[in-house]
Design a protein around this ligand. Structure first.
Ligand code: SF4
Ligand code: MG
Length: 292
């Protein structure tokens, strides 16, 4: 399906990135807003489906690649970043977008998260953070607040939640942002910037689970979120980014917390990794020339 025609180049629209399968998310799930925002962002950047790979782990939000028209891989629980790292090293020209949830990415895949950040591999990592395990019907996740009652914590959680933004800033991520699926226009801009950023870009997105999380709802976030862009925050200021990431109460910030430009990406640092183009993968025993 073609969008507007501009000269001889066909400009795709968000609709062109609609997958063959319709999302089976609960009506009102925040993940719809994130899916729409990614589709709009890639269309506005002029990308084509064959230039994009989406990779996910397991969870409600990790069904994302099936709902998105591009190359896609639905991998193992918590392992999306590891698979995406391999794909990006094999073909640097791919725009690799990793999608998943808080349980998948910060719990089961927490170790990969930290190491992808410190390696500064050129990926965009979008986490649909609903502060709960949705697919398994509502258990405590790494971002559930202390005292939260869930199926697995009927008397209230006794654990402190993690702060995913601080973790990625401290681990060495060069682009760290937070969005809200109820603020699509802002989220589209963050996703566009993250894709254009060279290096590991992490966007934590408040994406309410309307079925199992009755604490962190749309009204909860709507009353609290404030865009950093309206506060005069300087994303090159590492210390200010950490301070803003620690704010959690009547005000919770969204926007670009931290961006560091000029640090080499993983694939640029080693000559052998720098060769990864579309032809870098070849059958064993064939030279690059033979494979061509
Ligand atoms: Fe979304 Fe929650 Fe339903 Fe999963 S269970 S689809 S996270 S609303
Ligand atoms: Mg979750």
């Amino acid at each position: 399906e073609a969008g507007r025609r501009e000269g001889t180049v066909i400009q795709l629209t968000a609709k062109d990135f609609k997958g063959k399968v319709n999302p089976d998310w609960c009506p009102g799930c925040g993940d719809f807003g994130v899916l729409n925002s990614v589709q709009r962002a890639v269309a506005e950047l002029g990308l084509r489906p064959h230039e994009i790979l989406t990779v996910s782990g397991i969870g409600c939000s990790s069904n994302f690649p099936g709902f998105f028209n591009a190359y896609g891989m639905h991998t193992l629980h918590g392992r999306a970043l590891a698979v995406a790292t391999g794909a990006k090293l094999a073909n640097h020209e791919l725009t690799v977008i990793v999608t998943g949830g808080d349980g998948d990415g910060y719990g089961i895949g927490g170790n990969h998260f930290m190491h992808a950040a410190r390696r500064n591999i050129d990926l965009t990592y979008i986490v649909m953070n609903n502060q709960i395990y949705g697919l398994t019907t509502g258990q405590l996740s790494p971002t559930s607040r202390e005292g939260m009652k869930t199926k697995s914590s009927p008397f209230g959680s006794v654990e402190l939640p993690i702060n995913p933004l601080l973790i990625s800033i401290m681990a060495g991520a060069t682009f760290v942002a937070r969005g809200f699926s109820g603020d699509g226009k802002h989220l589209v801009e963050l996703i566009k910037q993250a894709i254009q950023h060279r290096g590991f870009a992490h966007i934590d997105v408040f994406s309410p689970c309307v079925t199992f999380n009755h604490d962190n709802t749309y009204p909860f976030f709507r009353e609290r979120v404030k865009r950093l862009e309206d506060e005069g925050h300087d994303p090159s200021d590492w210390k200010a980014a950490c301070e803003k990431a620690m704010v959690w109460g009547d005000t919770i910030y969204t926007g670009l917390f931290f961006r560091s430009e000029g640090r080499a990406t993983l694939e640029e640092k080693e000559p052998v990794l720098a060769q990864g183009g579309p032809l870098a993968y070849r059958p064993l025993g064939l030279s690059q020339e033979q494979a061509q």
